[in-house]
Design a protein around this ligand. Structure first.
Ligand code: NAD
Length: 253
């Protein structure tokens, strides 16, 4: 029997996989057998090299998810390089500078919505061309617990963009699930994807509510592996919070 958690022969695009959570997702999906296509604003050859050193296959290109032509080029790269597209993980996003709603600069608002929300729309729209033609595919959108719970000082543009991603997920799923494409979202809480520049005291304060400590990029990669795999064949239009046991009403959200 075929292992429903394997992705052998499948091709996955992951945006923003030069570092952080995206890199974790890329490594996990590659280990499961997928060929990985990365689009990032910065050079992702480190992730590509790691996948290839482990025996997998991967390519990357420099692109900006907020530019529709770049998203089409990324999809074209997957199809020209590997002949198909099965999976899209819309991971790329920016952390808007902290700010209050009453003085958030226009450019911070516009860039955050443009990358974190429009980028997800443009890239999904481009990926749906080969997916709808094939009558199969899976899209996973990276939201955040910030879609539902705000933190004082965090940019409202970030909260709004991640809430918008949930709306897009619902809308896309409603329109394409019956055509063979599943669409879901994940909402992670704190993932130590990079050095956040916290002092030891600040880090201790940030991670204090987490009964299992903060999450890692691989924790998110493993959850996404489930959602994109045949094991989740009856899962579409849903959102998975991944919070390490922290629940609503705690001091974090
Ligand atoms: N780290 C967390 O605690 C956390 C929690 C919840 C959700 N998230 C979400 O997870 C995702 C990854 O977060 P991370 O912490 O790994 O971030 P990160 O900043 O470490 O990595 C983001 C990657 O996306 C790329 N990128 C940014 N803008 C891009 C664009 N316009 N086009 C192409 N690539 C672009 C960056 O170059 C980078 O490689 C984001 O969507 C983020 O909002 C993170």
């Amino acid at each position: 029997m075929t292992d429903p958690h394997r992705l052998d022969g499948q091709v996955a695009i992951i945006t923003g996989a030069a570092q952080g959570i995206g890199k974790g997702i890329a490594l996990v999906l590659a280990e499961a057998g997928a060929k990985i296509v990365i689009g990032d604003l910065q050079d992702a050859s480190g992730t590509v090299d790691e996948i290839q050193a482990a025996g997998g296959r991967s390519v990357s290109m420099l692109m900006d998810t907020s530019k529709p032509d770049d998203d089409r080029s990324l999809v074209d790269l997957a199809v020209s390089e590997y002949g198909r597209l099965d999976i899209l993980v819309n991971n790329a996003a920016i952390d808007a500078p902290s700010g209050n709603v009453w003085d958030l600069p226009d450019e911070d608002w516009e860039r955050t919505i443009s990358v974190n929300l429009s980028g997800v729309f443009y890239c999904s729209r481009a990926a749906l061309v080969p997916m709808l033609k094939a009558g199969s595919g899976v899209i996973v959108n990276m939201s955040s617990v910030s879609a539902r719970f705000a933190t004082k000082g965090m940019s409202p543009a970030y909260n709004a963009s991640k809430a918008g991603v949930l709306g897009l997920t619902a809308a896309f799923a409603e329109q394409v699930t019956e055509k063979g494409v599943r669409v879901n979202a994940v909402m992670p809480a704190l993932i130590e994807s990079r050095d956040f520049g916290w002092s030891p005291e600040e880090r201790a304060r940030q991670i204090q509510p987490y009964p299992m400590g903060p999450g890692t990029p691989r924790d998110i990669g493993e959850a996404i592996l489930y959602l994109v795999s045949p094991a989740a064949r009856w899962v579409s239009g849903t959102t998975l919070p991944i919070t390490g046991g922290v629940q609503r009403g705690s001091s974090v959200f």
